[in-house]
Structure formats: structure tokens, C-alpha cells
Design a protein. Structure first.
Length: 368
């Protein structure tokens, strides 16, 4: 067989072979052009409810105020008010994130939203349970936060929490909040009644019969507050003279090796609030003489009663005494008392620290 015949036979065999054995097309791993997109004309549009449209528009301009922590001080409680019971009361105002109660007479509530905290300040503050009148307050930062939040609600820059119907959206925001407050208060009053903690008739009659005494007490407290303000003004007016005499006073302190009287002892105590809070107390002398219980407890109780408007709070006194017994620094005590005394917290701690320094120096220099 010649070469031409062999070539022709080979070519015929190749043409008879199936094509896939000779050529297999390779598909690419990803071909976006092969994905068929649905036509917009085939989509069915469902109209969005008006309330959801407005809510979506408002949430686009939602301020950061709602993401901040909102904590409240809840005071004037009683051991009759169990934790679970009081948590249920707080939850009627809004979602509750945490509830901490270091003492029977007070606790700290953190809400998940400012609306719940705002409602608690309005309907729980001043609420009567048994013979107690609940106190709800916050520090200056949280107060400003709640005020800003309420203004944002009224101006509709911030959406209301929870479901909002089309009927409510037609109402003013103030009316919606008022109705929600009334509904929450009614639920809370039902809980109080079921628990048997509603105000007794004796406490109501006593409050009516003693209204004149309360007015007189309020006037006396007002007079004391005015006298305290006058003393503050006098102290401020003398502050310049004191600042000028600081160098002379320091020189006198250097010359005083051992004070012979309490007057000389007082000269050793710093007058500037910042210097007072930075003063290092000799805790060994405090422990040896049991100054916290023997001297500071009565002073703390009297000052807190004055700051709280004449109402004694034994548990709060125990709380502050406990902080001193643990040698807590004044900055920590100030932070702890910020919720209770608000703007008076620093003034209280400065005075307390000066008193503690005074009692410590009395022991050190053996002055009666």
C-alpha cells in the first residue's frame, strides 16, 4: 500500500470520529451576561402604608441621641417593694435594659430607649406606694439628653418608639405621649393595687392634716437655702482675698509645727475644692480611731437629710459610709452620688472630705 492510500484512509477515520472526543468547549467559571434579570415591568408594586412611609423618612435623619445610655436614679424605696415587682413597674414605661439595687432604699435603672426613661421621670417620680413617695432623677448629662430627645419628638426629627397607627400620626406628638403616659400609669396603678401597696388612708389624711406644717417646713428650708446662697456669695466675694493670701497662709503652715488649737488646725486644711479632693487622707489613723463610724456617720446623715429636703434616708447614709469604709477616693464617691444629688454632689463630697481631713488631723495632733 503506497503512502497516498494510507493518508486517505487515516483522514477518513478521523472524520468518522465523534466531535466531542476531538473538541470540548470550555465554559467560563462565571458569565454574568448569561444571568437573566427580571424586567421592571413584570414587578408588582405594593403601596406602603402612610405610617411606614413617614417612619422611614424620619429614620433617615434619626439623631444619635437614641443610641446613648439613659440611666435613672430611683430613690425612696422600701424593702416591701421587691425587685421583680419594681422591675415590672419600670417595664410599663418602656424596655428596661438593667435594674441594679445596691440598697433597699434606692436603685439605678437603665432603659433601652430615652422614651422609656422620659416616661419614668414623668409618671413614676412622685408616685405614692404605701407611705413612700418615689423619687426619680438623673444626672445633668441625662437630663439634657432627655430634654433634647423630647424636643426632637415634638419637632418630628425623632420617631416615636413602638407601633404607631395612622390615627396617631394625625395627632400632635404631645397628645400621643400624654395618652401613652396615661395608659402606662393606669397599668402601674393596677400592679400597685394587686400587690396591696396603694397609699393607705392614714397616710393620705396625715398628709392633708400636715400640709400646713409642710408649707412651714418648706418656707424654713427656703430660708435656709437663701441663707446658704448668701453665705456662698460671701465666700465667693472673699475668694479673691483668700487667693491673694494663699502664699502667706502656706508660709504660716510651714512655720506651724504642731497646731495648738482647732483654729490653727483648720488652717492646715486646703480651701480650694480641687486641692481638697486631691488631699491624701491617712487611712491608718481613720481605722485606728474608727472615725468613719464615730465621727463621719452622723455628719453624713445630717448633710444628706439637708440635701434631700428634710427626708432622712438611712440606706443612702449606709451606702456613703460603706464607700468611706472601703477607702474610696472622692472622685468615685462623687460619681456615685451624681445620680442622687445631681449638681450638689461635688459640694457634698468636698465638704465631707474637709470634715474627714479635720477629724484625721485632730487625731494626729491629739486635739480634743
Amino acid at each position: 500500500m503506497n503512502n497516498n492510500n494510507m493518508n486517505n484512509q487515516f483522514q477518513q477515520q478521523m472524520y468518522q470520529m465523534p466531535l466531542p472526543t476531538l473538541y470540548t468547549p470550555v465554559m467560563p467559571m462565571y458569565q454574568p451576561q448569561m444571568i437573566q434579570q427580571p424586567l421592571l415591568s413584570n414587578l408588582v408594586t405594593v403601596p406602603m402604608p402612610q405610617s411606614q412611609v413617614i417612619m422611614t423618612q424620619v429614620q433617615q435623619n434619626k439623631p444619635q441621641v437614641q443610641q446613648q445610655k439613659v440611666s435613672l436614679y430611683i430613690g425612696r424605696l422600701s424593702e416591701e417593694f421587691k425587685d421583680m415587682f419594681f422591675q415590672n413597674i419600670l417595664k410599663k414605661c418602656g424596655p428596661l435594659k438593667s435594674w441594679k439595687r445596691p440598697k433597699d432604699s434606692f436603685g439605678f435603672a437603665e432603659f433601652s430607649s430615652p422614651e422609656g426613661a422620659l416616661r419614668a421621670t414623668k409618671i413614676i417620680n412622685g408616685l405614692r406606694m404605701k407611705e413612700k413617695k418615689i423619687k426619680v432623677t438623673a444626672d445633668e448629662k441625662c437630663k439634657n439628653l432627655l430634654e433634647e430627645y423630647e424636643v426632637g419628638l415634638i419637632q418630628k426629627r425623632i420617631p416615636l418608639e413602638g407601633p404607631t397607627t395612622d390615627a396617631e400620626l394625625a395627632m400632635p406628638v404631645e397628645e400621643i405621649l400624654r395618652k401613652r403616659d396615661e395608659f402606662a400609669l393606669k397599668q402601674i396603678q393596677d400592679l400597685i393595687e394587686k400587690a396591696g401597696l396603694q397609699p393607705t388612708a392614714t397616710s393620705k389624711s396625715a398628709s392633708r392634716s400636715n400640709s400646713a406644717q409642710k408649707r412651714e417646713g418648706a418656707s424654713r428650708r427656703h430660708g435656709r437655702s437663701r441663707s446658704r446662697s448668701r453665705r456662698r456669695r460671701r465666700r465667693r466675694s472673699r475668694s479673691k482675698d483668700r487667693s491673694r493670701g494663699d502664699r502667706k497662709r502656706r508660709k504660716k503652715e510651714e512655720t506651724i509645727t504642731r497646731p495648738k488649737s482647732q483654729k490653727e488646725l483648720v488652717a492646715l486644711i486646703p480651701r480650694d475644692p480641687k486641692e481638697t479632693l486631691e488631699y491624701e487622707v491617712d487611712w491608718s489613723l481613720v481605722q485606728q480611731s474608727d472615725l468613719v463610724e464615730q465621727k463621719m456617720r452622723s455628719w453624713i446623715d445630717a448633710r444628706l437629710t439637708e440635701y434631700l429636703g428634710g427626708q432622712e434616708d438611712v440606706e443612702l447614709t449606709n451606702f456613703v459610709v460603706g464607700l468611706l469604709a472601703k477607702h474610696s477616693p472622692p472622685k468615685k464617691i462623687k460619681n456615685e452620688m451624681q445620680m442622687v444629688l445631681v449638681e450638689d454632689a461635688e459640694d457634698f463630697v468636698v465638704k465631707m472630705w474637709r470634715r474627714l481631713i479635720f477629724e484625721t488631723l485632730k487625731v494626729k495632733y491629739e486635739l480634743a
